[in-house]
Write a protein that binds this ligand. Sequence first.
Ligand SMILES: NC(=O)c1ccc[n+]([C@@H]2O[C@H](COP(=O)([O-])OP(=O)(O)OC[C@H]3O[C@@H](n4cnc5c(N)ncnc54)[C@H](O)[C@@H]3O)[C@@H](O)[C@H]2O)c1
Length: 340
Amino acid sequence: MKILVTGGCGFVGTNICLYLNSKGHKINSLDNLSRKGSKYNLNILKKKQIKNYNIEISNYKKFNSLPKFDLIIDCCAEAAVEISKSMFDKVINTNLIGTINILKKAKKDNSKILFLSSSRIYPINLINKIVNKKILNKSLKIKNTIDENFSIMGPKTIYGTTKLSSEMFIEEFSYAFKIKFIINRCGVISGPLQFGKQDQGFVSLWIWRHITKKKLNYIGYGGYGNQVRDVLHIKDLCELINLQIKNFNKINNQIFTVGGSKKSNTSLKNLTKLCEKITGNKISFGKITKTSIYDIPYFITSNNLVIKTYRWKPKRSILEVVTDTFLWLKNNKSTIYKYF
Ligand SMILES: NC(=O)c1ccc[n+]([C@@H]2O[C@H](COP(=O)([O-])OP(=O)(O)OC[C@H]3O[C@@H](n4cnc5c(N)ncnc54)[C@H](O)[C@@H]3O)[C@@H](O)[C@H]2O)c1
């Protein structure tokens, strides 16, 4: 299949390009290389003869000049949640206008769309209600999970709003113009090719700070470090996407919640213990008690629908996520210093 991966030089995009290329698909990437580290990933793609179109996704004229693809996998986003509060023009242009441009081209070319959405489309207030904030000075029990039927009504971050709006446009275009789609609402994803920087996900940041022996803070909810997230290994996600592509003609126009689930999750405090064990280093921690308006105390995905539909479930535990990310960061330490 001829596939375009937008954001193909990002963390998720590069991993998907490489995985699908290894499965015999003809892969092209689109990326304007705005993300630090994306130039490093571009070199990895070049070694596999994967071409990148260095194009701004919100520029429809340029995007429309690209050849026709059977499938477009949309991994192009300004993905930092906190940044979305201040850089909303960039966030809206990349995340929403970018997806609309993909839809216009998909309509013209009759391409399918696989969209990387986010668990941040769910409202902050409702997620907050899952956990009694008063008990956040204790370790949380992993019990409630969130699935596709959880309410979407309420503020969810500007980032999350652009992702949900994109989902809604995809459904509208599918209804009106018969575009076939799959939407994966992913929780936290981690693994190799994540550079360990502040806005790239907390797991790789935690590991990188332990490797480089730099201080970290527990931020929000009293600064106890008891916030919990599930974490999906990037390889598990690539395996799912490969299955979804294989079955696209039979299974389409569906939305799935996809995450590490009860199989792979951690609190910040537990992640510190794992990092200490794996890196052999201990670092000091500060405590910032104030909670960001965008933080949530807990998120564990229910994979029930995606398991039932594809007989897929995440194979890798949080220990494997941390170990694989650690090994990649350790082996690429000098490169990371060069690019950041
Ligand atoms: N990483 C996660 O934990 C996670 C979780 C859920 C969903 N997602 C989704 O997965 C996708 C990929 O996330 P990621 O972590 O790989 O992010 P990333 O920042 O590593 O990759 C995004 C890529 O898009 C490129 N890009 C940004 N703006 C662009 C523009 N205007 N035009 C062209 N290219 C542009 C960047 O250069 C970068 O290489 C996003 O859609 C994100 O919403 C990620």
